[in-house]
Every structure is written in structure tokens, then in C-alpha cells.
Design a protein around this ligand. Structure first.
Ligand SMILES: Nc1ncnc2c1ncn2[C@@H]1O[C@H](COP(=O)(O)OP(=O)(O)OP(=O)(O)O)[C@@H](O)[C@H]1O
Length: 272
């Protein structure tokens, strides 16, 4: 089981400190949503988990092993799908399968790609289409199919539905939850970055809020299996409403702190 341990993690772009002293323990099979205001470092944190950036301080352990580089145990889904535009959707999935399952035959990879596309509601005709021939929502479905096909135990999703309309977004939220729940044993650990508190309430088993940069975790809550709401009741369920209010308050207070700090700096500048 690949539990994840983040210890005193810090990160800076040159002298610009983005993340500071982040500590987190995530059990394998957890669905983590990471909330926080724009620019606080959510994507940076995900890139560190992916091994695409190196910590400035502290460490990340995946299943007791120090994380050093990108690896096939983690796959990523971005806001813009990240599909290779010169390959058909089918080829996009097949090349990922080739990388992960070295000995898999062409025919098996093709069949698996078609099966994965069907799992996300895309029919066989989309196998031959280039990403540009698909809608944004269909491209994201394909990106999700690709991420699930390589069967990595950890899935990192960076605002994957941020650019989609409300109905498509809601359909894809349901799809990700279904695919995640489908794996009864060895369920994936998902890290899902979002601005949207409702999205986090709907998807997460655990919610973390990052504060203002240099950010650390300012709030965490575990919903576990005790969620009383779903897509139909999230706007009426009293528990969901209460938790939403709490989370929104925490995020707003953090934004207020940031703007009053900026104002102080501005006032000092004027006084000088
Ligand atoms: N490659 C880079 N070089 C220098 N600074 C960067 C780089 N990438 C991001 N930053 C800065 O790091 C900070 C955190 O960025 P990041 O994208 O992680 O935030 P975020 O919380 O994901 O934001 P958003 O919600 O708006 O996507 C921002 O101030 C951003 O300008």
C-alpha cells in the first residue's frame, strides 16, 4: 500500500518562497481535494508530488520510499487534457499502455484502449479521432481514460474540469467517482486540485486547504465514509451546508489577511 507522507516540505522558485513547512499524511485509497486561493501553490504542490519539481526543503515519501523523480506509480490529468495533439485518442492511450506494460501486444493494447474509452462513455469511433476533433469534455474523458488505463496507484488531477460547463463538469465528477469506487481493492489515491468548494465536498474523503504563499496547510478535514450528501442533495443537506460555510469562511479569511497585508505594505510605501 502506497501511503504518502509529506514532511516539512518547502519549495521556492529562486527566492520566491511558495510552500513552507507542509506536513501531510495520506492513507492509500484516499480521495484528497486540495483547496486554496489562486496562486497559493496548489499546482506547485501537485508538481512536487509528481516528482516534476524538487523540494527546496523537506521530503515526500511514497510507500516509505523517498520520492526523487517522476515515475509510473503516479499519473497526472491537467486542465487542458495534456493529450498529444498529433495522435488519435486511441493512440494516446495505447502509447501510455506501451510505456507502462512493456510486453503487452499491439492487439491487446488496442482492445484495452477501446475498453477504457467505453468506460468513460466514448464510443469506438472516437478511437480514430484527433483530440482537436473532440469537444473539451470529450478530451477530458479521454485524458481520464488514459490516466486510469496505466493503472498507477496515485492519480494527480490539476483542476481537470475547471474549463468545462456546469453540466459536463458534473457528469465528469460522477465519472471519476464511479471509476475510483469501481476499484474495490487497491483503490487509487487521488489528489484533486480545485477552487470549487462544492466540487471538493462532492468528491473528497479528505479536504486540505492551503493558506496564502508561503503556504502551508491551514485546515484539514476528513469526511471518510460519513458523507450524508450526494450530487442531488449537496445544496440542501444541512451537514454539507454547514461544512461548505466553514470552508468558505476559512478561505475568505485567508484572502482578507492577504489583502490587508498588501494594504499595510502599500501604506508603509506611501509613508516612506
Ligand atoms: N515556473 C514558475 N516560475 C516561477 N514562479 C512560478 C512558476 N510556476 C508558478 N509560479 C508562481 O508560484 C506561485 C504558485 O503558483 P501555482 O500555480 O502553484 O498556484 P495555484 O494555487 O495552483 O494557482 P491557481 O489556482 O491560480 O492555478 C504563483 O505565485 C506563481 O506565479
Amino acid at each position: 500500500m502506497l501511503d504518502i507522507l509529506v514532511k516539512n516540505l518547502g519549495f521556492a522558485y529562486d527566492k520566491d518562497i511558495i510552500l513552507s513547512n507542509i506536513n501531510m499524511e495520506v492513507k492509500a485509497g484516499t480521495f484528497v481535494c486540495l483547496l486554496g486561493q489562486s496562486g497559493c501553490g496548489k499546482s506547485t504542490f501537485l508538481r512536487l508530488l509528481a516528482g516534476l519539481e524538487k523540494p527546496t526543503s523537506g521530503e515526500i515519501y511514497v510507500g516509505n520510499e523517498l520520492l526523487k523523480n517522476p515515475g509510473l506509480q503516479r499519473s497526472m490529468v491537467f486542465q487542458d487534457s495534456g493529450l498529444f495533439p498529433w495522435m488519435t485518442t486511441g493512440e494516446n492511450i495505447m502509447i501510455a499502455l506501451k510505456q507502462k506494460f512493456k510486453g503487452m501486444s499491439y492487439v491487446d493494447r488496442k482492445n484495452e484502449a477501446i475498453r477504457r474509452l467505453k468506460d468513460v462513455g466514448l464510443d469506438e469511433s472516437s478511437f480514430h479521432k484527433l483530440p482537436k476533433e473532440l469537444s473539451g469534455g470529450m478530451q477530458q474523458r479521454c485524458a481520464i481514460a488514459r490516466a486510469f488505463s496505466i493503472d498507477s496507484p496515485i492519480l494527480l488531477m490539476d483542476e481537470p474540469f475547471g474549463a468545462l460547463d456546469a453540466v459536463t463538469r458534473s457528469n465528469l465528477q460522477g465519472l471519476v467517482i464511479d471509476l475510483w469506487k469501481q476499484e474495490k481493492k487497491n483503490r487509487k489515491t487521488i489528489f484533486f486540485v480545485t477552487h470549487d468548494v462544492d466540487e471538493a465536498l462532492l468528491l473528497a474523503t479528505d479536504i486540505f486547504i492551503l493558506g496564502q504563499a508561503p503556504s502551508n496547510i491551514i485546515h484539514r478535514c476528513s469526511l471518510g465514509g460519513g458523507k450524508t450528501w450526494n450530487i442531488n442533495t449537496i445544496h440542501t443537506d444541512p451537514n454539507a451546508l454547514e461544512l461548505r460555510n466553514d470552508l468558505v469562511k476559512i478561505i475568505h479569511n485567508e484572502i482578507k489577511k492577504k489583502s490587508s497585508k498588501k494594504f499595510e505594505t502599500y501604506k508603509k510605501g506611501v509613508a516612506i
